[in-house]
Design a protein around this ligand. Structure first.
Ligand code: CP
Length: 308
């Protein structure tokens, strides 16, 4: 069986194009599995996985749990709220206590960038980063690129615009790494205050007018305004943001070519996307969610080095 070049999935920056292609080929098989009447395979029987979430999540957490259960793994879930973290326990103590219960893999979301990297230096279990602060969200980028490949046949040569709050987005950074490795052209678009200065060093185009980004791209991946991470005021009001950067169905319908609309969720309906755009035939937002389970099954399976 082919294996990934890494024993953890900490970020897309650390993995190769070959790793990504192997994950996609494996996910193709698992997508068939989850669409069968019996959606379960025994691939990770006797493997115990802990989902450790120090930050809120709906999609990522449920998707990992479902992926683990579809692979027949034993699953334990931990959330920081209601745990001994509230009594002052350190991250390392928390994780070592969970591992003492004979856990093989850890899926972790944490508000601090680098938290999974820190853990990987101290524990033996395989670690999957489910989002670390404003740094990376590797499985989101993998499922996004997998969904583009499914919809358009390939990622190579496609023009992808990532639109919105780039500054606070771990999805943006992981997407840029994944899409560039797969040969796409990438543009970031948003108010200049929400675009980090270093971004052009990653080989992406930068645009501040959303109409120009939409005219240019084959795919628009629209990001959420992350108000919970914004200590400063980056734009005058949500109303003004929506006026200049919000995307509605009429705008999409009036473009010269048909483009694909994506969003990692959760959507601020009426801010970055109107409901008629999010629910339109342009949108593959729910396909992204479906693909997330197959892609996460592939990641866990390959990291465990399991055989069918
Ligand atoms: N896309 C994403 O990470 O969503 P959640 O925060 O709900 O997991």
């Amino acid at each position: 069986m082919s294996k990934l070049s890494q024993r953890h999935l900490l970020g897309i920056k650390d993995i190769t194009r070959e790793d990504i292609e192997l994950i996609f080929e494996t996910a193709d098989n698992f997508k068939d599995v989850i669409n069968r009447p019996i959606k379960k395979v025994p691939s990770l029987r006797d493997v115990t996985i802990a989902n450790i979430f120090f930050e809120n999540s709906t999609r990522t957490r449920l998707s990992f749990e479902l992926a683990e259960k579809r692979l027949s793994a034993d699953v334990v879930n931990f959330s920081a709220s209601g745990s001994s973290v509230k009594k002052g326990e350190t991250l390392l103590d928390t994780v070592n206590n969970i591992l003492a219960m004979k856990v093989d893999m850890v899926v972790m979301r944490h508000a601090s960038a680098g938290a999974p990297h820190f853990l990987s230096k101290h524990i033996k279990a395989n670690i999957v980063n489910a989002g670390d602060g404003t740094h990376e969200h590797p499985t989101q980028a993998l499922l996004d690129a997998f969904s583009i490949r499914e919809k358009l046949g390939s990622v190579e040569g496609k023009k992808i615009a990532i639109i919105g709050d780039i500054l606070h987005s771990r999805v943006a950074l992981s997407n840029i790494f994944a899409l560039k490795k797969l040969g796409a052209e990438v543009m970031v678009c948003g108010p200049p205050t929400l675009i980090p200065k270093f971004i052009s060093t990653l080989g992406v185009k930068v645009e501040s007018e959303v109409s120009k980004a939409l005219d240019w791209c084959d795919v628009a991946n629209v990001l959420r305004i992350q108000l919970e991470r914004q200590q400063l005021k980056y734009f005058p009001s949500l109303r003004e943001y929506s006026l200049y950067y919000g995307i509605d169905k009429k705008t999409l319908d009036n473009l010269k070519k048909k483009i694909v609309l994506m969003h990692p969720g959760p959507i601020n309906r009426g801010v970055e996307l109107t409901s008629d755009a999010a629910d339109s035939q342009h949108s593959i937002i729910l396909d992204q969610v479906e693909n997330g389970v197959a892609v996460r099954m592939a990641v866990l399976y390959l990291l465990a080095g399991a055989t069918n």
